[in-house]
Design a protein around this ligand. Structure first.
Ligand code: FEO
Ligand code: CA
Ligand code: CA
Ligand code: CA
Length: 569
């Protein structure tokens, strides 16, 4: 029965049509699906938290209140079933799809969204801004009558820009991570995408950390600072005006900037464990991370550096992950870091970022310094400059999908980035030569978003990517969409010869669709509505009904198929 030599059709839902999108104050979802709003900005998490913030512009949370609630800029996330640990990785039961720890990144909130003003006027304003950033870890539970709710747990916590963190790996003891005044490492910022590990922890990725730094006094960026986009003004958060830690011209905090731009590991099941920054994975503007397990148990982590003309990276652990953990080590501390060069003819090479390479030894004193300035090391090796590599995800057959969101500044093409300028973005597919452990790979351009223009499945600016075990690829977008659409979530059946995007969800005015996770039974998905209305109440007040006044709040949508089917089917 069915088509394609008896194969079941993977994507059968009735897609949202372009003409269906009329009211952008609320999301539009396929008629075969439904959604519930969960954990909007200001949802209480930790003991002592005040009631949920309503979005009243006259009653914003204080910084102390914000530190106990969900923040802004919901981005990467992951659902960790409560039973996962006891039943071991891969074990599933009914309870595990109805109860779990949810980790959610709070990438950013602008000052106008969080504070209601463009610039902070006090340290309290800065603390409020810092406390809407970071990560939320919370326990959620499904109940047939009330749907999904946040429930109390001793392991629920808010991690903010001021939470104590540890460093680990080859650069942890580097002088470049110590400040003259000896302050301990604090906080994580601009937590963009995410990824789970096979051992049941959460990885959050620090992306545009440079934007939180500024300078109160004369400041000229070094070559390294310039390469990482550090400058006197930052993105206009003004944290440096009241918090010296973010003042690039304060010598007491000369190395604070090097403490950001890392992959950070969080244990969702144990709130007593501080987040750990894993330096072996290099310092750059980490978008997201996808871990694949090779046949011998070693892991490979695929990571993009989201900047125009920046690179694609891979990390490979030295040991099988179970062995490393059994020896009390982290599989993310000892391994090799590579950067990608895409060559003609659909081949490519993983170039190792090692101090044993004389070209790199001539520039850096140690592996630690090399990792802290991974971007400059990659420049020296001749990595391929990409069109903003965002999320990575591992497909059904071990292939890796890389979203390249766009590049308005590209004037010359290269093999892997064939459009100049690249205004719509594309998706690259790579396959490693040796089951994720190789130093070569094959690749192709899976999809040029410009090729979807003029079709019912049109989308541009691919960003979020999530592949399921059957071959469905979920793509979330971030950028002005054609044909009057808002940012959207589309589903592609990658087992078909030609990609045909089907639209599952369209967001609200000026939002972004990002973050994606499912319960183990794949009957419930979680996806984020990020920066609805760009924080302004004039075009949407989501999740509130439209009134033109209520501050719109970032939130998670819990998505289910009305017939209880697999998400994406
Ligand atoms: Fe945070 Fe590159 O998106
Ligand atoms: Ca993104
Ligand atoms: Ca983006
Ligand atoms: Ca974004």
């Amino acid at each position: 029965r069915g088509r394609g030599r008896g194969r079941r059709k993977l994507v059968k839902f009735d897609p949202v049509k372009i003409e269906d999108v009329v009211d952008t104050t609320m999301p539009t979802i396929s008629d075969d699906y439904q959604y519930q709003v969960l954990i909007p900005w200001g949802t209480p998490i930790e003991p002592g938290a005040t009631a949920e913030y309503s979005g009243d512009p006259m009653k914003r949370p204080t910084s102390a209140e914000a530190a106990l609630q969900t923040g802004l800029g919901h981005d990467g996330m992951w659902f960790f079933p409560i039973s996962w640990r006891n039943g071991r990785y891969g074990h599933r039961d009914i309870e595990s799809s109805t109860k779990g720890m949810l980790c959610v990144n709070h990438e950013f909130g602008t000052n106008s969204h969080a504070l209601g003003k463009d610039m902070p006027e006090s340290l309290e304003d800065v603390r409020l801004s810092q406390n809407v950033h970071g990560v939320s870890v919370l326990k959620i539970k499904y109940n047939y009558i009330r749907g999904w709710k946040v429930v109390k747990s001793k392991n629920s916590r808010r991690i903010t820009a001021n939470t104590p963190v540890n460093f680990s790996g080859p650069a942890a003891a580097s002088e470049l991570l110590q400040n003259p005044n000896g302050n301990i490492p604090l906080g994580t910022v601009n937590n963009c995408g995410s990824g789970p590990t096979p051992w049941g922890t959460y990885l959050t990725c620090e992306e545009n950390f440079n934007g939180y730094f500024g300078a109160n006094n004369e400041f000229t960026p070094t070559e390294e600072q310039d390469r990482y986009g550090l400058n006197a003004l930052g993105f206009g958060y003004g944290w440096h005006l009241f918090d010296k830690r973010f003042d690039l011209s304060d010598e007491d905090y000369a190395n604070e900037q090097h403490r950001f731009g890392w992959i950070v590991e969080i244990d969702p099941y144990d709130a007593t464990k501080p987040p750990v920054k894993r330096t072996a994975l290099g310092r750059f503007k980490h978008e997201a991370i996808a871990i694949a397990e090779s046949s011998n148990g070693r892991i490979a982590a695929y990571m993009g550096d989201d900047q125009r003309f920046d690179y694609c990276y891979k990390y490979v652990s030295d040991q099988p992950w179970e062995q490393a953990i059994a020896e009390g080590k982290s599989p993310l501390d000892e391994g090799k870091l590579y950067v990608a060069r895409f060559d003609e003819g659909g081949t490519g090479e993983w170039l190792e970022l090692t101090i044993n390479n004389p070209l790199l030894a001539a520039r850096f004193d140690s592996q630690a310094e090399l990792l802290i300035f991974a971007r400059l090391a990659s420049d020296i090796l001749g990595a391929t400059p990409m069109d903003r590599p965002e999320w990575t995800t591992i497909g059904k057959n071990g292939e890796v999908f890389w979203t390249c969101t766009n590049n308005s500044n590209r004037t010359e093409t290269n093999v892997a980035n064939p459009e100049a300028p690249n205004s719509d973005g594309h998706i690259i597919r790579t396959t490693d030569s040796d089951g994720h452990l190789g130093t070569t790979f094959t690749w192709d351009i899976y999809l040029l978003a410009s090729s979807t223009r003029g079709t019912e499945g049109v989308f541009t600016d691919p960003d979020l990517a999530y592949a399921d075990e059957d071959g469905r690829l979920f793509i979330g977008t971030d950028g002005g969409q054609p044909d009057g659409l808002q940012d959207q979530l589309v589903v592609i059946d990658t087992t078909k010869e030609n990609p045909e995007p089907k639209r599952l969800l369209v967001g609200v005015s000026s939002d972004e669709i990002t973050g994606f996770t499912m319960t183990p039974d794949r009957r419930t998905a979680f996806v984020n509505i990020q920066h609805p209305g760009n924080g302004s109440p004039s075009s949407t007040n989501f999740p509130a009904d439209f009134d033109g006044q209520t501050i719109p709040r970032d939130c998670t949508l819990v998505i289910t198929r009305k017939n209880g089917g697999i998400i994406g089917s």
